[in-house]
Write a protein that binds this ligand. Structure first.
Ligand code: KE4
Length: 430
């Protein structure tokens, strides 16, 4: 593959933006090599500035569940944008978006739109602290909730990839208020609450971890967190920025039958535009300005263009059988990869729920963060580049989840598995 144009752009970018990118994971730092620059995208494909086509298993890190440049989404944006890009006053599409989210996710009696998942999670934590009058929050090792100061403590995703568990610039006094537990460790959660439960404002958790590769909750674990929060008067916050509308129409909370007090959203609800949201119990959201004293605001929150893209996407995902198709194709991909790796004699396993999956270069099972860390990163990196050269783009980090869209069909999956058979053989030969 020729990457001349991408290389030239990256050289320029490196002099102008930190690491040449606007988000760290895009820089290929953990897999090595240089990122390609996208020129356009359609369906399951990204096309780079050198004309190379890739089957895209990231979909802009989750938003593109209906496929890139879906005609219905483009048409919705095209229609709305001609009436103005942002008003700074309420518009009807914000009401429709709030109606849609509260209908599809019943635990959200009210919702507030923001502009990113990070804004959603840091607002949810402020709300938890303001509503309870407590300061401590609990997160989980390997989980990532955006780059808000309180979360960059043993963060996952880009932070884990950078191998920097705590970020400089986060005051120790603030970091000390963030308690970190091991995901799926029942006893650890019970012990922490027994010791500090009265001080805990909230527990924020990725109900399915997608930022330390993809790790599923142990049977009963989410209910255990729900019970502890109820017992000690802490708020349970499901960070569904990634899992929301990804693993089921009602998100992970619908899949596992858990009712959190607050939920954060992002990605899919924007359909590719910058959108986040947080929602939950009416008595909590009512405490957010201007109806209550807890402040949060945003110039572009709820702007019509972003609402139009999000609403068109949320409309597409409500089609009958939408998730059945995603789940079937993701399972075919996972089974095919595992079988190809087995044939090549490579230690490999996958995890996943519906259209979200994880690839591991180690034997399973993957029951938690420590297991996820067993994956052979060197082999993953060889796999990543071997697949990329064959036109298949997986996440440029062993610590990320992968995503299918409704536009990943038989042809895309067969091409992926054919490439994987060749790459696994190469890896086995090393
Ligand atoms: P944003 O601020 O990036 O919109 O959302 C932050 C966030 C919050 N919560 C969860 C569960 C998330 O996965 C994210 C962001 N996810 C990463 C991918 N692992 C975004 C990719 C990136 O950082 O470039």
């Amino acid at each position: 593959m020729n990457h001349d144009q991408s290389h030239a752009l990256f050289q320029q970018a490196l002099t102008l933006m930190p690491g040449g990118v606007n988000s760290p994971v895009r820089a290929f730092k953990s897999v090595g090599g240089e990122p390609f620059f996208a020129k356009r995208a359609e369906g399951a494909y990204l096309i780079d500035v050198d004309g190379n086509r890739y089957i895209d298993y990231i979909g802009s890190w989750g938003p593109m569940i209906a496929g890139h440049a879906h005609p219905a989404v483009i048409a919705a944006v095209d229609k709305v944008m001609r009436d103005g890009l942002s008003f700074g006053v309420p518009n009807a599409l914000e009401v429709t978006m709030a109606q849609t989210i509260t209908r599809l996710v019943p635990s959200c009696e009210m919702v507030r739109m923001v502009n990113s998942g990070t804004e959603a999670t840091l607002s949810a934590i402020r709300l938890a602290r303001g509503a309870t009058g407590r300061n401590r929050i609990v997160k989980f090792e390997g989980c990532y909730h955006g780059h808000g100061d309180s979360f960059l403590v043993k963060a996952g995703s880009g932070m884990l990839t950078l191998g920097v568990p705590n970020s400089p610039g986060v005051p120790k006094t603030l970091a000390d208020l963030t308690l970190t537990l091991t995901y799926n460790d029942f006893e650890g959660a019970t012990r922490l609450f027994a010791e500090l439960g009265e001080d805990i404002a909230g527990v924020i958790v990725e109900p399915i971890v997608g930022n330390a590769n993809c790790i599923l909750p142990a049977e009963g674990y989410l209910q255990h967190l729900r019970d502890l929060c109820t017992q000690y008067g802490s708020l349970l916050i499901f960070d569904e920025v990634m899992t929301g509308f990804r693993v089921a129409l009602g998100g992970a909370q619908a899949l596992y039958g858990i009712t959190p007090d607050l939920t954060t959203f992002g990605k899919i609800i924007g359909g590719g535009m910058p959108v986040g949201a947080y929602g939950g119990r009416r008595d909590l959201l009512a405490q957010i300005a201007p109806s209550g004293p807890i402040y949060q605001a945003g110039t572009l929150s709820g702007n019509p263009v972003a609402m139009a893209a999000g609403l068109a996407t949320l409309d597409l995902i409500q089609a009958p059988g939408f998730y059945d198709g995603l789940a079937k194709n993701t399972q075919i991909l996972r089974d095919g990869l595992e079988s190809a790796a087995k044939d090549a004699g490579i230690a490999f396993t996958t995890t996943g729920v519906c259209a979200m999956f994880g690839l591991y270069f180690c034997e399973g099972p993957i029951n938690g963060y420590a297991d996820a860390m067993r994956s052979d990163s060197a082999r993953f990196n060889r796999f990543f580049h071997g697949m990329l050269e064959r036109g298949v783009y997986f996440a440029p980090s062993a610590f990320e989840a992968g995503f299918l869209s409704a536009m990943h069909g038989d042809a895309e999956i067969e091409r992926t598995l054919s490439a994987a058979r060749a790459v696994f053989a190469e890896i086995a030969a090393v």
